[in-house]
Design a binder for this molecule. Structure first.
Ligand SMILES: Nc1ncnc2c1ncn2[C@@H]1O[C@H](COP(=O)(O)OP(=O)(O)OP(=O)(O)O)[C@@H](O)[C@H]1O
Ligand SMILES: [Mg+2]
Length: 304
């Protein structure tokens, strides 16, 4: 028989029936309590649903607000160009601005698209991307080459300490996604570094855990203290970051965390004692073996 009495009630605290003056039967009192619990649970779930709806609306408003800003700037520039009011010098400046605003719009749109994919697909297999064996040292050297020019005007250098990372075994992961993780981390390191400083990439193999870790450290604005993990929350941006780059989305580290979680790895952020900010990503060498389709041998000849 279905029983809803939790057995804790003694006959002394049992409520009396108000109408008849007699006592309510044990099952009646239990039923009453169960109904109250259900009502409370129902209210809690309704409130949660309202919160999720509110978050979704705010998120969509943010997305459109962020995308509209560069698009409006481009529209405004084109209006100026077609009105023929600008001299040659200004035309050049306006064209440069159109280029950088459209680059920003593409960056935002890519982040939003990737994020909605990651929100919808919680499992690696759902992403339908092949796993590949990735040499993290080579990947980091290639990414450092890509990002180095972005720091030239502020005198930044990117160094890859290839020992002991070079001797680490490859990890099994979805390559475009793992590249995205490290690109987001490196992009931040470049954006938030102080002039003339060094961005250092290092890492190594933990043979007991069968993992490979890669750290990217830079000196510049600090992480929030003591809640450094807030940087992985969707949309979080520190006041210093907003100040330096008002147009950021606050999605880069959230995306990185989601990708790493899907790969059953970890990502950590810390301010170290020397005043540097370090992001460390740890991935497994073989944990994902058999979890999704593996790319064929002839595909793995890609340079990156
Ligand atoms: N290397 C870093 N040094 C200091 N703070 C950092 C660093 N990397 C990330 N952060 C902090 O974490 C926040 C979140 O980073 P995230 O990459 O998600 O967003 P963003 O860089 O602000 O914008 P975008 O989504 O356009 O990349 C940043 O706004 C900044 O406050
Ligand atoms: Mg970023």
């Amino acid at each position: 028989m279905y029983s809803i009495n939790d057995g804790r009630e003694s006959s002394k605290d049992r409520p009396h029936n108000a109408e008849g003056g007699g006592s309510v039967s044990p099952n009646g009192a239990g039923l009453q309590q169960a109904l109250e619990r259900l009502q409370q649970e129902n209210t809690r779930l309704r409130q949660q649903l309202e919160l999720v709806k509110k978050e979704q609306t705010e998120y969509l408003q943010n997305v459109s607000h962020q995308l509209v800003a560069p698009l409006n700037a481009i529209k405004w520039h084109i209006e100026n160009l077609t009105a023929g009011r600008l001299n040659e010098d200004r035309i050049r400046k306006v064209l440069r601005s159109i280029y950088s605003q459209s680059t920003l719009a593409v960056h935002l749109a890519k982040n939003f698209a990737l994020m909605s994919n990651l929100e919808a697909d919680h499992a690696l297999s759902a992403l339908r991307e092949p796993l590949e064996t990735i040499d993290l040292c080579r990947l980091m050297v290639n990414l450092a080459d890509d990002f180095q020019p972005l720091g030239w005007d502020r005198g930044l250098s990117i160094t890859v300490a290839d020992y002991p990372l070079k001797s680490a075994p490859p990890v099994l992961a979805i390559k475009p996604l793992i590249s995205q993780v490290f690109s987001n981390v490196l992009e931040n390191a470049v954006k938030y570094s102080e002039k003339g400083s060094e961005i250092l990439i290092s890492g190594g193999h933990n043979s007991q855990e069968q993992t490979v870790s890669v750290s990217v450290s830079n000196r510049g604005i600090p992480l929030p203290v003591p809640e450094t993990n807030r940087v992985f929350d969707r949309g979080y941006r520190s006041p210093e970051a907003r100040n330096l780059y008002p147009a950021g989305t606050g999605f880069g580290m959230y995306i990185a965390r989601r990708i790493v979680e899907i790969h059953e790895g970890t990502i950590e952020a810390k301010n170290d004692k020397s005043g540097r900010v370090t992001f460390t990503v740890t991935l497994s060498v073989s944990k994902l073996e058999g979890k999704t389709r593996k790319r064929g041998a002839k595909d793995s000849t890609n340079r990156r």
